[in-house]
Design a protein around this ligand. Structure first.
Ligand code: SF4
Ligand code: FES
Length: 266
């Protein structure tokens, strides 16, 4: 099949960019979208032109490096699929595809389809970890994890940090990403000691970046290649209220009982 691509070319963040049209011939339906771009880049290199810059690493949908807009949709038309896992059989011969980088203030353009997503790293640095003793490996069953908590944490941990949620959001909000990263650890027993601090610090870090605010559009969930659900945003909002309220909580007073500090609920 033959495909026409209209690709955003921009030398760096300071230069102005423009769309450039390319024809890619004899594309195999078994190629991934990135392999089709590899073919284009090989042709460009042979012609002495500069190849199109795009990010990739695992090409298996697990690292979160790849991602751009195809006809305005982050990661293209297939639900729950990264561009590295998107195959050309889902397109038609003669298709005309517009490819451009994530458009979000918090993700400045580095070159062509590559954007700087280090704002995500700074959110993780603010609390996306647990503190545990180092040394020899602990017994796997030393801390029992309820099945429901393990399943929730696993679902949240599926977020690969690709940034599609931010690119799809009309406000450029990073709530789905932040909610997934916080939920992953807040769901687990090992995440409880730092739960409140983690929640407040990661939300504060998100707000320091150039992301917009969440207004419940739901575009993020629709384009997320890992299908992270909106309910994680709801649970983040509950965790924020809980964390902000807890320091002001009065000790539990039971008539006739000795006075003790209130138990922490989890
Ligand atoms: S929530 Fe989904 S779209 Fe957003 S960064 Fe994580 S995997 Fe990507
Ligand atoms: S290259 Fe790793 S998720 Fe696409």
């Amino acid at each position: 099949m033959n495909i026409t691509l209209r690709i955003w070319r921009q030398q760096n963040g300071d230069a102005s960019g423009k769309f450039v049209e390319y024809r890619v011939k004899e594309v195999s339906p078994d190629m991934s979208f990135l392999e089709m771009l590899d073919v284009l880049n090989e042709n460009l290199t042979v012609r002495g032109e500069e190849p199109v810059a795009f990010e990739h690493d695992c090409r298996e949908g697990i690292c979160g490096s790849c991602g751009f807009l195809i006809n305005g949709v982050p990661h293209g038309p297939r639900r729950g699929t990264t561009v590295c896992q998107l195959h050309m059989r889902f397109f038609k011969d003669g298709d005309f595809l517009t490819i451009e980088p994530w458009r979000a203030k918090a993700f400045p353009i580095v070159k062509d389809l590559v954007v700087d997503r280090s704002a995500f790293d700074r959110i993780i640095q603010a609390g996306g970890y647990i503190s545990a003793p180092t040394g020899s490996a602990t017994e796997a069953a030393a801390i029992l994890v309820p099945k429901e908590a393990a399943d929730t944490a696993f679902d949240a941990a599926a977020c690969i940090g690709c940034g599609a949620c931010v690119a799809a959001c009309p406000n450029g909000a990073a709530m789905l990403f932040t909610a997934a990263k916080i939920r992953h650890l807040n769901a687990l027993p090992q995440g409880q000691p730092q739960r409140d601090k983690r929640t407040l610090n990661m939300v504060a870090a998100m707000e320091r970046e150039a992301f917009g605010s969440c207004t419940n559009h739901g575009e993020c969930e629709a384009v997320c290649p890992k299908q992270i659900p909106l309910e994680f945003i709801a649970s983040l909002n509950r965790d924020v209220i809980r964390a902000a309220w807890r320091p002001h909580r009065e000790p539990l007073a039971v008539v006739g009982a000795p006075s003790h500090p209130a138990h922490e609920d989890v």
